[in-house]
Design a binder for this molecule. Sequence first.
Ligand code: NIG
Ligand code: FE
Length: 416
Amino acid sequence: MLYLCGMLVVKNIKKLIQIETSPRPLVKGEAMDILPSLDNAYLLVEDGKFKDFGPMEQCPEIPDSEVIDASNRMVLPSWCDSHTHLVYAGSRDGEFVDRIKGLSYQEIANRGGGILNSAKRLQATPEDVLLEQARKRLDEVIRFGTGAIEMKSGYGLTLESEMKILRVIRQLKSETAATVKSTFLGAHSVPAAYRANRKAYVDLVVNEMLPRVADEQLADYIDVFCEKVAFSVDETIRIMEAGAKYGLKPKIHTNQFNCMGGIQASVEHGAISVDHLEVLNQEEIDCLKGSDTMPCLLPSAPFFINDHYPPAREIIDGGLPVALATDYNPGTTPSGRMSFVLSLACIKMKMTPNEAINAATINGARAMELESSHGSIAKGKVANFFITKEIPSLAYIPYSFGSDLVESVFLQGKCV
Ligand code: NIG
Ligand code: FE
């Protein structure tokens, strides 16, 4: 019998999900429906990393270890939420009511609501208040099972306010046990004062915001909202190329409402991911096939604004990978609950539970370049995982869409 010390042992796990002996960078096509799992398993954690796992009959005796009995419960790697706008001020429930009464999301945006409404609030919100609001949201999504998360700026739209958001993200990064990636999205919307001179705003993003962001090392990625209601493909290209000079790879909002070449431009510029894809044509699917760019789908957004869902089946059946993320933001997704995203993926996009879990773990990690340390239960990876409540099957997770099935959460091997 092997004896080890100072470890956490999770025993009698009904099903240990998303295990890997030789970690894969991502899963795509038919492989997305395969989810490597082990019934009646144990899991060992040491120094914040996964140490080992195996069938219960081979579970080692470990003196002085902390033991958790997970009978009737499953263990999953934490969700990897690769697209959020978690740092925002207040809410937009007024626009929610306007939409119920008949206005569309794009009509509200064209009237100066939408992102500009959130920007006005954020500009008037002191940094400590913004931090407090964002911290509460982060604590909540961690309780929902998220262990790695990307956060964007984009509700500042002035040099100082964009910096304010990115500093809040940096602060959250430094204090949380979750893994945080930061994205500069100065080009989220053209502020009203620049409507007659859009170029001046892109100049501001490229010549003033970006150098400061890079100088203070506040961002891991650069994003642009490439859409008729926001920035053109040419503007997007200019911003991606400017970001590249500072080593910032793109993760691009595109194809939420229009197919206008955003995917082709993003792929050409080596984007880590293209996000939204509610509208997507065959040419764009073919373009993605020849690339390493991850298609990232955000089904809570069309759910909330009553739009149509991305064609996940066409993407996966075309042999591509898919990542799922929340898009947590005040306008289209005031929710950071990954399990609800999984339910929508299954119910509205016909993804299988296995595909949805792969999309929310290993492929989500890939969409943040965290695939070698997150997204699965593998020796040496960061021990971010959660134990479910008693559940009958894996499919029960997306099936029970309103329930909270996370019983306990572990980040870097510690219960939070
Ligand atoms: O990803 N589409 C652009 N940005 C956000 C929503 C912005 C807002 O309405 O506040 C999104 O859905
Ligand atoms: Fe978004």
